[in-house]
Design a protein around this ligand. Sequence first.
Ligand code: HAM
Length: 413
Amino acid sequence: MSERIQAPRGTFDVLGDDALARDRLVETARRVLEPAGYARIETPTFEATELFARGVGESTDVVQKEMYTFDDGGGGSVTLRPEGTAPVCRAYLEHGMHKLPQPVKLWYLSSFFRRERPQQGRFRQFWQIGAEAIGSDDPAVDAESILLLAEILEAIGARGLRLRLASLGRPASRAAYRAELTAHLRANQDRLSPEVRERIDLNPLRAFDADHPGTREVMEGAPRLLDFLADDDHEHFEAVKALLDAAGVVYEPDSTLVRGLDYYTRTVFEYTSDALGAQSGVGGGGRYDGLMEQIGGAPAPGMGWAAGVERMLLASPPQPVAPPPVDLYVAYAKPEHRAAAFRLAADARRAGHASRLELAGRSLKGQLKQAGRAGARYVAILGDEGTSLKDMETGEQKTVEPDAVMHHIRGTL
Ligand code: HAM
């Protein structure tokens, strides 16, 4: 026998109760997002590499080392999407969505790909539920977006949550801050990890994210971005916080919050859960007012978030998942009844009843056992003496005309 082929590292199959739990999570998200005006969007699994290189940022880990990039066979380079914001912005531009009433609100449930080291809660193919609101820089957009994720996490009973919130300001104030921070890092470079030292100029903000003890000490004394915000950015941030306060959303202002993607301006936030291990990020996002221009479009502000489906499920208690109900199980005694049984099951489905048909050549006894296991409400048994219908709830069994099965069950289901 040849060697059995396994799923690639960092990927997983979704089946059984996990599949049902996912469906329920997605339904919860839909129930929260759609009444708030978010419409579903699905973008392609791969995009031009340039979209992420420019959109997500050349200096990010995602672009530098985590993308699955390949030749498209026609001289172009394409990449399996590592995130959803740049693709949604591309779609906004491509479909002229600026002509619609703003902000345009879109949500997605998609799988994403990052070549990361797999571990608990960190995969190479994972799923996100995400929501983007494009076309308005009103602080109420930020607060509403965060509130919607809070509502989803609450609805699924996610445990041990913390919401960290910061503002990065706009590029101008960030440049001034960056110069200060770089100077601070340079002055203390001997105590930094080699990785941070090498990237002082490329991405000094990432130093806040380091686990390295020396780096952490240096960062405790580092200048804070929130102290450098321009007046209007500061006002914007204060307004977002006031709206979250009004909605009763609890958050921790945290100027050390670092997001792994470069497109953020002003508001950034992240939900973590202490029910997760080292990969504690459940979901996060922020404002990206410059992203449209970076990918070649007319300016349009945007705000959104994405939350990992696997991490949301890991952070919430397992809930009993009921298998879908079976209204009618169609059993038959001999192969010559198969066609009639097949027709009955099909008719029942057409009439809106969940119906199952014996498909594995079991004995009649085996079929009845199977019907019991599936929790069927009725079992129709087709035999030489006609069709009998058993009500599994009452145990009552009667002989009926084959065409009358539906008539009998309709009233009770
Ligand atoms: P992100 O923080 O890179 O943001 O990812 C969002 C969430 O996706 C994380 O909080 C985590 O739950 C999940 N996630 C990320 N990487 C993995 C992985 N390797 N395995 C499992 N789960 C993972 C974004 O992707 C932005 N596009 C969010 C956004 C939307 N910002 C504005 N709009």
